[in-house]
Design a protein around this ligand. Structure first.
Ligand code: 13P
Length: 247
């Protein structure tokens, strides 16, 4: 399956940073023969600007969250249809930072994924255990609860992405071992069979958490690792590109 390398810019940068990062990626993409698809998820205020900067390239754009309903009285929220309207084709949902900073529940993430699907966006549903859960040997139980609770039943496999991001590996420079990644991704694949049925093998399962140019190749070569969700390293065009070249 063709890998997806996705950059989650999180809440970083201002106009000039977004413009120059998008411009640098577009310049690298011109004429390049990558073996993966590329996606960037800038902060909301810069989505339209990045969409414009990347026009004519094959780099896709995504939001970092969306609301579970359409237009309405939801101050500060963004509808999936709005993301689609400004050029997004993906949306990250249920990132651990949303789950911990905004107390997002599995049920809310699932409702958002339904809204994203209705709006024509591909949801990237994030799951991952905390360090405490990992130390208590709860990793697979947490993953099972989150996958079953956050992913709507009956999604079209090719239009669903799941990201495994162990919370303790995000922004820490620590990554899960290849053996851990293989174990968790295999479990996610198994759980997907019950959710999307036949097409479960077509769902892309990304790994995220301190993916860098020097560990990307090893992580991306593991079974059931169909790409990466990159935070810090995606803010540097050269590093992000090096990760894409590892796929
Ligand atoms: P880092 O790559 O900075 O660890 O972030 C991972 C992440 O949270 C991507 O969504």
């Amino acid at each position: 399956m063709r890998a997806l390398i996705a950059g989650n810019w999180k809440m970083n940068g201002l106009t000039e940073d977004a413009r120059s990062l998008a411009g640098a990626l577009k310049a690298r993409a011109e004429g390049a023969q990558l073996a993966c698809d590329l996606l960037v998820c800038p902060p909301f205020p810069y989505l339209a600007l990045v969409a414009q900067a990347l026009a004519g390239s094959r780099i896709a754009i995504g939001g970092q969250d969306c609301h579970s309903t359409g237009n309405g009285a939801h101050t500060g929220d963004t509808a999936a249809a709005m993301l689609r309207d400004v050029g997004c084709s993906y949306v990250i949902l249920g990132h651990s930072e949303r789950r911990s900073n905004h107390q997002e529940t599995d049920a809310q993430v699932r409702a958002k994924a339904e809204a994203a699907m209705t709006a024509g966006l591909v949801p990237i549903v994030c799951v991952g255990e905390t360090e405490k859960e990992r130390n208590a040997d709860q990793t697979l139980a947490v993953i099972a609860r989150q996958v079953k609770g956050s992913i709507p039943v009956g999604m079209e496999a090719a239009r669903l992405v799941v990201a495994y991001e162990p919370v303790w590996a995000i922004g820490t420079g620590r990554t899960a071992t290849p053996a851990d990644v293989v174990k968790v991704h295999a479990e996610i694949r198994r759980l997907l069979v019950g959710l999307v049925g036949e097409g479960a093998e077509k769902v892309r399962i990304l790994y995220g958490g301190s993916v860098k140019p020097d560990n990307a190749r090893e992580l991306l070569s593991q079974a059931n690792v169909d790409g990466a969700l990159v935070g810090g390293a995606s803010l540097d065009a050269e590093a992000f590109w090096a990760i894409a070249e590892s796929a």
